[in-house]
Design a protein around this ligand. Sequence first.
Ligand SMILES: [Zn+2]
Ligand SMILES: [Zn+2]
Length: 179
Amino acid sequence: MHLNPYGEEVVDLAADLANRRPETAGELADRCRAAGLVLEHPVTPRDLDRTLAALDAWEQVVDAGGEEERAGLLNRMLAASADHPRLTDHAGSGWHLHYRDDRLPPGALLHQLISVGTALHLAGRGMHRLRRCAVAECATIFADTSRTGRRRYCSGRCANRDAVRRHRVRSTAPGAENP
Ligand SMILES: [Zn+2]
Ligand SMILES: [Zn+2]
């Protein structure tokens, strides 16, 4: 596997999988590969089940009411999936840390990557930097890696949609000058 767990790729992958759940083991494998995650074992239906369960737990982390609750839920995911850190040079491309046994099947590996990657993202950039799009009927999950940490929308499209709506609300409010 070669995703940097300190980078944003893992949280982006988790959001992508949660926003549009993979339906088959083959689709899960394809989407991991597309995100740059090379799985060393074939993905089975059991791996898909484990990943979907991990995404359910992860969505609770996304929707947590505050930092304490978010940390508690994520700590539970870490306890269920991560192992002691260890140095490895398994690909011969440089020493780095793995928070797991190298022989884990893909489902357990994804559970662990999503947990550790999200914990590192939140601890490194800010506990609030994981949320759903501010357009209520969109609700797409995204990791906020913006400079300011105040990103509110999943996409430019949703930002525009909301700007248009707020403008309309203003111009039809009592006392507004527009007819
Ligand atoms: Zn590695
Ligand atoms: Zn959106």
